[in-house]
Design a protein around this ligand. Structure first.
Ligand SMILES: Cc1cc2nc3c(=O)[nH]c(=O)nc-3n(C[C@H](O)[C@H](O)[C@H](O)COP(=O)(O)OP(=O)(O)OC[C@H]3O[C@@H](n4cnc5c(N)ncnc54)[C@H](O)[C@@H]3O)c2cc1C
Ligand SMILES: NC(=O)c1ccc[n+]([C@@H]2O[C@H](COP(=O)([O-])OP(=O)(O)OC[C@H]3O[C@@H](n4cnc5c(N)ncnc54)[C@H](OP(=O)(O)O)[C@@H]3O)[C@@H](O)[C@H]2O)c1
Length: 485
């Protein structure tokens, strides 16, 4: 090891890949996690933990298939189905941490409360143990891995305080139990809103209203020939946006006919959901417009309709980003413009090449591989294998390319992964490979853009990458096809 120390804040997915990437490059990782287990939001507890932002509900299932969601050198077990329960994801994270011996670098119940510029360069990190004890340590580099969904976004409406029923943000929602025999309004138009509304409609709520401001675009997990939706995109596809449009029509040809219409499809929310059309046509779930105000036990919609006898409102209205521990070190514009070069390096600090933020994006695609590439790029910058442009150049880049997707920080996952892979030198070269290994070249180019493809060349290759790439279809279909001869 080089002896250079890296503070890693958070032991969720981003924290784990950061520890591993530091080890790969000979850096000394020291990870602080404020809770008592790894996994971040995949560490499920019945009650919200102190300070927890995003959380999953009990029934959550990944909305990306396992071959697109895994780390680049650690496939999910072959026997697992293509889409995974929260239990399986958490188990996978534990086996990843065990396999690469990452846990010994993590201090649990260690809450980072402040990061300051150290006098001689680097960073002073101040940590609280939650029971009155505070420590201070100096580090050469910092990787902030505290999650993009730090605080709940909880919109307020006139009458909000006077509403008598249950009103919760979706991060508190665990299952349908306490909503039984109630008329419930779920607010939001994205993944959580759709899944929660469907679960309530299936499991005993009398009636569920899904209140959306702009409608939504629904896409199913599997479609034509039972192929997971995200295995359809490949490096050879030019217009990837059109694929999502096509997929959204696999199950629901016309969103308008079942009330899910978007006033402006290009800016509408996206929802992975396999059930919503059935819940709607069976009458238990009704999409409605946005909310104007709340009464004691009613909700008035912007079109003037009053929903009576409402026993609960669930706000599946998303999250806000926050870095309370960085307050004096790095100031960013409250309008959400974080001034991060390629969403990783904070241009506003004195030495951007000594601090990296891993995971400050939202995406329609799987997050794990993008988090991993961000971490790999960051440590390559720390060890000076890769150099950042000047601050002026980085600022100009951010100005020129302020948006990665529909919203600020919302990335088109696959092009973004390629961009990072180019930075590190791990994006596979099709023409070179076509000569040396034509079968693999075709799989990389015309097959799904799986994470293993970033372990074929450049620094830190993985011997199992070729085999993993060629086994994608077998690994996807075999677990759900056990009775074939
Ligand atoms: C309901 C839900 C479902 C999702 N489903 C999918 C999916 O199917 N597929 C997918 O790819 N992505 C999914 N995501 C996106 C998800 O954000 C990523 O998969 C990933 O878990 C993000 O990991 P992270 O490490 O960046 O953040 P987190 O999981 O939020 O981890 C952050 C960690 O930092 C710790 N921390 C925070 N502040 C401090 C501090 N000051 N000091 C010490 N520790 C601190 C926290 O305790 C936590 O452990 C989902 C998100 C949600 C909310
Ligand atoms: N694996 C899974 O199946 C799964 C399940 C749940 C969540 N997730 C992930 O978890 C993350 C968070 O998802 P999320 O659905 O909780 O949040 P989200 O994606 O941020 O969506 C928030 C929703 O709330 C709506 N909204 C925001 N403010 C509103 C307001 N004032 N009034 C009405 N509506 C408002 C937004 O729509 P408009 O702004 O268009 O109105 C949007 O539809 C995402 O990364 C998602 O992919 C995954």
């Amino acid at each position: 090891m080089s002896g250079k120390r890296v503070a890693i804040i958070g032991a969720g997915v981003a924290g784990l890949v950061s520890i591993k990437s530091c080890l790969e490059e000979g850096l000394q990782p020291v990870c602080f996690e404020r809770h008592d287990d790894i996994g971040g939001l995949w560490y499920y507890t019945e009650q919200l933990r102190k300070g927890q932002g995003a959380a999953t509900y009990d029934s959550v299932v990944t909305n990306h298939s396992k071959e697109m969601s895994c780390f680049s050198d650690f496939p999910f077990p072959k026997a697992w189905p293509p889409f995974l329960s929260r239990l399986r994801v958490h188990e996978y994270l534990h086996s990843y941490a065990d396999h690469f011996a990452l846990k010994k670098y993590i201090t649990f119940n260690a809450n980072v409360i402040r990061i300051e510029t150290a006098i001689d360069g680097g960073w002073t990190v101040i940590i609280s143990n939650g029971i009155g004890g505070k420590t201070e340590e100096i580090f050469d580099y910092v990787m902030v891995c505290t999650g993009v969904f730090s605080e709940t976004h909880f919109p307020s409406y006139p009458g909000f305080e006077n509403f008598d029923g249950i009103k919760i943000h979706s991060n508190e929602y665990r299952d349908s139990g306490k909503f039984k025999d109630k008329r419930v309004v779920v607010v939001g138009a994205a993944n959580t809103a759709g899944e929660v509304a469907c679960e309530l409609a299936r499991n005993g709520s009398i009636q569920v209203f899904l209140s959306m401001r702009n409608g939504t675009l629904v896409f199913p997990r599997i479609g034509v020939q039972c192929i997971p939706w995200d295995l359809l995109s490949s490096r050879s596809v030019v217009d990837r946006g059109r694929i999502l449009d096509k997929i959204s029509k696999w199950r629901i040809q016309d969103h308008t006919k079942i009330g899910l219409q978007c006033s402006e499809p290009a800016t509408a929310s996206i929802m992975a959901n396999d059930d919503i059309q059935d819940r709607i046509v069976q009458g238990k779930l009704e999409p409605v417009v946005g909310i104007e105000k709340l009464g004691k036990n009613s909700v008035t919609l912007v079109d003037g309709r009053i929903l009576d006898d409402i026993g609960a409102v669930v706000f599946a209205t998303g999250y806000k980003i926050a870095f309370p521990f960085l307050k004096d070190t790095w100031v960013f514009d409250e309008s959400d413009n974080l001034q991060l070069y390629k969403l990783v390096f904070p241009v506003g600090v004195d030495e951007p090449d000594r601090m990296a933020l891993i995971g400050m994006f939202a995406s329609a695609g799987a997050a794990f591989p993008a988090l991993e590439l961000q971490a790999r790029w960051a440590v390559n910058v720390f060890v000076k294998r890769v150099k950042l442009p000047s601050k002026e150049q980085m600022r100009a880049y951010i100005e020129k390319k302020p948006k990665y997707g529909r919203f600020y920080r919302s990335i088109s996952t696959l092009p973004y992964q390629e961009e990072l892979a180019e930075e590190i030198g791990v994006n596979p070269s099709f023409w070179k490979m076509l000569i040396s290994d034509p079968r693999l070249a075709m799989a990389c180019w015309y097959g799904p853009q799986v994470p293993y493809t970033y372990r074929l060349q450049g620094p830190r290759t993985w011997d199992g990458a070729r085999e993993a790439i060629l086994s994608v279809w077998e690994n996807t279909t075999s677990p759900t096809n056990s009775y074939r001869s």
